[in-house]
Design a protein around this ligand. Sequence first.
Ligand SMILES: [Zn+2]
Ligand SMILES: [Zn+2]
Length: 689
Amino acid sequence: MMSTQSIAIHLPDGTVKEVPQGTTPLEIANSISPRLAAASVVARLTPLTTGAPRAADGASGGGKAEGEAEDDSAAAMYAAENAAGPRLVDLSTPLMADTKLELIKENDPDALKVVRHSAAHVLATAVLELFPETKLGHGPATDAGFFYDFYREKPFTPEDLAAIEKKMAEVVARDEKFVREYEPREQALAEFEKDSDFMKTHFVTRFTEAGSQVSFYRNGKFVDFCRGPHVPSTGRVKAVKVTKVAGAYWLGDEKNPQLQRIYGTAFFSKKEMDEHFARLEEAARRDHRVLGKQLDLFSIQELAGAGLIFWHPKGGIIRKVMEDWMKEECLRRGYQLVYTPHVARVNLWQTSGHEGFYAGNMFTPMELDDAMYRMKPMNCPFHILIYKNSPKSYRDLPARYAELGNVYRYERSGTMHGLLRVRGFTQDDAHIFCMPSQIEDEVAACIDFAEVVLKTFGFSEFKVELSTWDPKDRAHYVGSDENWQFATGSLEKVLKQKGIPYKTIPGEAAFYGPKIDVKLVDVLGRLWQLSTVQFDFNLPARFELEYVGEDGGRHQPVMVHRALFGSVERFFGVLIEHYAGAFPLWLAPVQAGLVPISEKHTAYAAKLEAELKAAGLRVETDARNEKMNAKIRDFALQKTPYILVFGDKEEAAGAVNVRTRGKTEQSSMPLAEFIAKAKGLVASQSTEL
Ligand SMILES: [Zn+2]
Ligand SMILES: [Zn+2]
């Protein structure tokens, strides 16, 4: 005999609804307001007690085959649900036990994933209607959209993709309900085997247990092995686009059949989708690898190797300006500049510990006649050797050693990416050795400095993260509890005193100490990790660093690593993309392009060039026998901030006609006036022209 029990549903506003067992989230939403029901996409359940019965849901997972190459996305899609934690379910799922319930609306990132996965079902529906011979793989949501793997002997053509997209629009317009169904596993397997559905057979075998019920989702005639959840119906997939098709071997093995992976993306509205594609286009237009070539800033040479950057003259001058600025600023702030070698004996890396925990990131050792050597992956041990080279007293502290140090790290081939991920780069590295009583001032000064770097180079927005340890995971951290409390406390105190909003990330500290990371936000809203300020309890102990205190006793100094650009190469890549190659005047490799109207004005061009250069400006004359407009166009393509054009009239007046990047109006002005204006903008690192 079945009796209907009542269950308690805890809503986010604190109210508790008593409802009969089997009530669905959609019914609860409707009882609150039909508008809420219409706006909800899925429901998030959090069981109130661990081990509580789950919602009615016969599917089970967990079967695991050993030693099999498996796509992570498949594992993530089909793996057993965590019954104890929060999980997403269909709005139509009958609720069987007391639970917390959140109705997830479109603004929740989880809702977007559910829509995207539902769009993958719509894609598969369309593909099977058009190409019924196709066999299905799986179709998860991804960060950027979704894909679905198909097996079909004939490749999908661009025309096929267009037809598929059209058919998807029909499936959406039909507004078919997504209905969850169950079938005994052995019956499901028999059907898949009969249809030679080798991928579905594999997934069911691998991710469900013998004797269990297997979960399917049906929309119209289309049925797919799936754990869900889904949006209520295909009509909720309001904006969807097929983006590309790519080949992939089944289970990543080239001996297996080749699949066709169709990619797409979906959004809650056409507007959001249009914005997404506009952003992608804008990001492609700003790609630093493309602009680096176009503007002749840098290259990567096949003959020399991947991940090694060649700075061309135009990139080189920008680097000089960046480095000069950084060195001057360091000196002004009480740092001392040091220079250290690129290689060192393996013994040094053993003392520092890199030979153990960091060996996998280093270039392999090279044997010379006296010892084994390694390229340096970090500058720290070198700065430590300078510190240790002479006895230090409290009067010498803080000692702040700064270096634009070249380091080499092993990155797997195929993982390099332009200036952003490389094997050789330049850190604007500094190590600060100080007394514990000085640490807060030092950290505060580092944060100030980081802010000045970002503002000077044209970034107004940034996010700060404090990475702390996980005291429960003692084995992964060096240093005493007191060390960690002191260091974390100092970092927190500085951020609070400065009123800087920050996010604490527990367990993300380096093993040797807590750190503050500053991530800048670029013009497209993308986050870039650049500046970092890190405590270190490890190296001062390993190298037995000391200073003689005021008390005459020997003490261990506190050590801080900090980098502000982070990597000069990476920072340059970010700058290129942030400015789309149109650098502010103080950074522009050529600040003004000179265009004589005809050969008659060559002598005046030489005179102008000399005067501009004498004023410290970077200029280039286009003396080719080309039309004036062609020369102007070429300077404009190079994104030159100013183009100075001159003929008889300008020569007679000692003037130039000035064209300013990004502006249509031109103005004639005496050369002296132009020089004064340009020098002013350079001196103030202005982003205006
Ligand atoms: Zn599904
Ligand atoms: Zn360091």
